[in-house]
Design a protein around this ligand. Structure first.
Ligand SMILES: [Fe+2]
Ligand SMILES: [Fe+2]
Length: 196
């Protein structure tokens, strides 16, 4: 662990310039959301900087072996989520607290029972300024500072739609997260949440 500058430098060495631009965008949105919603801004910054730290590692399966992530854990997730598992293990080994580690772990899929910091990193990852051209993104951005539950519901719907439209495997945690947030906010639900 170190200062934000030291952490940015360490992450920069592991990411392409394009990915680093995304990471810095996530950092900026995450810190603003933490200030708005009363989360710890240091944790938000650290989780944002670390969320994709292993995404460009050449072999996620090797990395999971190196980090002692059991096959029974990664076999339950889709390949697009592997970097969240390895990123969380990376953050844990560096000594970051469990709030930061879990925010990295759940940044791709979300899950039922998300913490405020997990929501913030999930949303910042979707809403950072480099992301464009995804239907529903402007509505999500419009809700970030008004209602984080509504923003999360829109984000989960948007992500699931994106995955389904491309015929990619869907992670069950995303659907569980969507049902969970819809049940907590019945006025926001539209029925999509219960689609299998
Ligand atoms: Fe990611
Ligand atoms: Fe990301």
């Amino acid at each position: 662990m170190g200062t934000p500058d030291e952490l940015r430098l360490m992450v920069r060495k592991r990411q392409s310039p394009r990915r680093m631009l995304h990471t810095l965008g996530v950092e900026s949105v995450a810190v603003c959301l933490a200030q708005r919603w009363g989360a710890d801004t240091d944790d938000a910054r650290n989780a944002a900087l670390l969320h994709d730290v292993t995404k460009e590692a050449p072999d996620q399966l090797n990395l999971m072996e190196e980090y002692d992530i059991l096959p029974c854990i990664w076999q339950e997730t889709v390949p697009n989520v592997y970097h969240a598992l390895t990123g969380a293990a990376f953050a844990e080994r560096l000594g970051y607290n469990s709030d930061v580690v879990s925010a990295v772990r759940w940044h791709v899929t979300g899950h039922a029972g998300m913490t405020l910091l997990e929501k913030i990193i999930y949303l910042a990852d979707l809403a950072e300024p480099c992301r464009n051209g995804i239907p529903g993104l402007s509505e999500l951005r419009g809700n970030l500072y008004k209602d984080h539950d509504r923003a999360l519901l829109l984000g989960l719907r948007m992500s699931l739609r994106y995955v389904r439209e491309r015929g990619r495997p869907e992670d069950r945690c995303s659907a569980e997260a969507l049902r969970w947030i819809a049940e907590r906010n019945p006025s926001l639900a539209c029925g999509d949440e219960y689609r299998e």
